[in-house]
Write a protein that binds this ligand. Structure first.
Ligand code: WTA
Length: 672
């Protein structure tokens, strides 16, 4: 790795940030990175030392096999150690760290009228009561608990209660359908489901209990009656509108199975001895979509995940005790698990927990919340940034954003346009943007800048985090050096990497380790530039091969988005007689912009100018909206099928709004 030298504009860390930072300059990063690879044992032991271990490890910090030809794939962290996640993220702060009265979360509801503050001591008390409730329901160490909740404090209480008694939580994003919920409950074989009566998402009321009932009914039809108890939280929005005894929703009820949260929590004791878990016991299962369509239950374990989420949170957001941190993700996704719950709590941080939408009840909601809580570190997704960009600078001007110090993004490659807007308009040119690349499977950030250390290039996730050793391979598994592009893989584990796919070790090995023995395969393409910076080019299946040239959809999309009329773009391939594949582009225009021949010609020229004639799009189609998953990822598989006019779209259950697809098919003929 070389110290960056480049012709393109680099963004250097602000000196004020460097003064007090954990990793204050690029050289410190290099020294620590080297140490983390040369002596992982010492590096991770030091990290482990600040946590509580009921029993110390008898084995090394990390052991592994990544080579299928040599036996089973495994990763083992701190063999022999006993600990408890919940104790480390709560009791340790309250009892040892004197942080009992510190705010753990400022909860901000869908409606600005709903908010509350929860201290570490209060959180611990709620968690213990919930842990006793779960025990009372017969949940034991190792049992799975499915959780289908909106972004309310009880979601965090329930996940930590599971961790306290050694139960394995399986959180299902509360935007998933009953079918998806059923599938995940059945796979995890949960005995308890925790849900809420309902939730407002913007103006829309969603009857979660009814969806839960449908899911449990489907489980029953499929021959599983595993869930014996359904614990139901009355959402605050329901209480304040209609009182506690009757609520606006007609909550369907099965008295044999359903229990109101309030009723059982009221009398539950607020002390509960933590269950002392083995380092490698599972902490949670989180489902992620698989290429075959069936979701994979990614398993993370106690000790390694604690070390890794804690350390990445501290360094990547340069955490300090007086920070107010806000991650806008939903806890239903890995970003919420690692960087709303576990990472921040392990550091004794104060976070904002936000239930609502960026544009409800007005398009300045994010900025209003930043001002209200004086947020210092803000972490969101490129899709949210692009959405808010559409409304221009006006909504931001009304609020004081001067508390912000560091901005972060995650989830997809960020186009340099959006990066610059984030940096200049939101961060007022003052805040480094940490573009964090990682996956459900990696547990925490793996390629990421450190805000006070890494000179930034818009669109690059820059360099590996401590302990992470990336490599770029070609199709034949040969390692490529220097400036290059190919498959992004990792040579070694770090403590927070997934351990297996729940009940399917074989699928785990085949998915991540078969293609290139000895490496964990991310499934992402990656480029390394002359300064050693890593640039994620998108999923390998999003790679395009036009006339023998490999190019990434992200690259073409970034070019299209440079046009002032375009708010979002998605590019897929379509078979082409001469070129092999050609580019088919979907563009969403900003309000009041018109799709016409002149625009199409302008866009083609723009891409040609930015990337080269080889990248000239063959088709550009108007897309009033793009098909997205509920977490906001563009579903390129569907776009590819629209581009190819393939009507049989298969499973659309992960799509946020299925109507979008029909509209795109109807407008297809106008593509030019
Ligand atoms: C993509 C989300 C580019 C990538 C934490 C990865 C990114 C997938 C970035 C994992 C980033 C995530 N730049 N691409 N900073 N972050 N991705 O499991 O394709 O929901 O493989 O985890 O998102 O998505 P997942």
């Amino acid at each position: 790795m070389v110290v960056p030298e480049s012709q393109e504009k680099m963004y250097y860390p602000p000196v004020e940030l460097q003064r007090n930072a954990h990793v204050p300059d690029f050289n410190s990063y290099l020294v620590m990175y080297k140490k983390s690879l040369e002596n992982p044992e010492a590096f991770w032991r030091e990290v482990a030392d600040e946590f509580f271990w009921k029993k110390p490890a008898t084995g090394p910090m990390l052991q592994h096999n990544f080579d299928m030809t040599k036996g089973n794939i495994f990763v083992n962290c701190m063999e022999g150690a006993k600990t408890n996640m919940c104790y480390n993220v709560l009791d340790r702060h309250v009892k040892e760290g004197k942080l009992g009265e510190k705010v753990a979360y400022y909860w901000e509801g869908n409606s600005p009228d709903h908010h509350m503050t929860i201290t570490y001591r209060q959180l611990l008390s709620h968690v213990c009561r919930c842990a006793n409730v779960l025990k009372q329901m017969g949940v034991k160490r190792g049992d799975r608990v499915s959780i289908y909740l909106p972004m309310i404090p009880e979601l965090i209480v329930t996940m930590l209660a599971c961790a306290r008694i050694g139960a394995v939580h399986s959180i299902v994003f509360a935007g998933f359908s009953s079918e998806s919920l059923c599938e995940r409950i059945m796979d995890a074989q949960s005995s308890v489901l925790v849900t809420a009566d309902g939730v407002y998402r913007g103006e829309k009321l969603i009857n979660l209990k009814q969806i839960s009932d449908e899911a449990l009914e489907k489980c029953r039809e499929k021959g599983s009656s595993g869930v014996t108890t359904c614990l139901v939280i009355k959402h605050q929005a329901q209480r304040t509108r209609t009182g506690t005894s009757c609520n606006k929703l007609q909550t369907p009820w099965e008295s044999e199975r359903d229990v109101w949260w309030d009723e059982v929590m009221r009398d539950s004791p607020d002390e509960c001895e933590p269950e002392w878990m083995d380092a490698e016991d599972p902490l949670f299962i989180l489902y992620t979509s698989g290429s075959t369509g069936k979701p994979k239950g990614v398993v993370h374990t106690v000790a390694g995940y604690l070390l890794y989420t804690s350390l990445t949170f501290r360094y990547v957001f340069d955490h300090h005790p007086d920070d107010v941190y806000w991650c806008t993700a939903d806890i239903g996704w890995i970003t919420g698990h690692s960087y709303i719950t576990y990472g921040p709590l392990a550091n004794g941080a104060t976070s904002v927990l936000f239930e609502g939408l960026p544009v409800h009840p007005h398009v300045g909601r994010f900025w209003e919340i930043i001002e209200k809580y004086k947020v210092t570190k803000f972490y969101t997704a490129p899709t949210a940034i692009r959405l808010l960009m559409k409304y221009g600078q006006e909504p931001l001007r009304k609020y004081d954003l001067s508390s912000l110090r560091i901005l972060g993004t995650v989830g997809e490659p960020i186009n340099p346009e959006a990066w610059r807007w984030y940096h200049e308009v939101v961060g007022q040119g003052r805040c480094p943007v940490v573009d964090t690349f990682w996956q459900t499977e990696t547990g925490g950030h793996v390629l990421t800048p450190l805000p006070a250390a890494t000179p930034l290039k818009p669109g690059s996730a820059t360099f590996p985090f401590f302990g992470v050793e990336p490599a770029i391979l070609n199709e034949h598994g040969e390692e490529l050096e220097g400036v290059t592009e190919g498959y992004l893989v990792f040579r070694k584990p770090w403590p927070g990497i997934m351990r297996t796919i729940y009940k399917n070790q074989e699928l785990f090995e085949n998915t991540y380790f078969r293609k290139f023995p000895g490496f964990y395969v991310t499934g992402d393409g990656c480029r390394r530039d002359k300064d050693g910076y890593y640039w994620i080019t998108g999923r390998i299946d999003d790679m395009l091969n036009v006339s023998g040239h490999l190019m990434s959809t992200a690259e073409v999309e970034a070019a299209l988005m440079l046009h002032q009329s375009v708010s979002e773009a998605a590019v897929v391939s379509r078979p082409h007689k001469v070129k092999g594949e050609c580019l088919y582009c979907f563009v969403t225009l900003k309000d009041s912009k018109e799709f016409n021949c002149k625009l199409v010609e302008d866009l083609k020229r723009l891409v040609r100018e930015k990337i080269g004639p080889i990248a000239t799009p063959d088709f550009i189609q108007n897309a009033p909206a793009l098909p997205k998953t509920r977490s906001g990822k563009i579903m390129r598989r569907i776009l590819r099928q629209i581009a190819r006019n393939e009507k049989d779209l298969g499973d659309l259950s992960t799509l946020a709004d299925p109507k979008v697809v029909e509209v795109l098919f109807n407008q297809r003929s106008e593509a030019a």
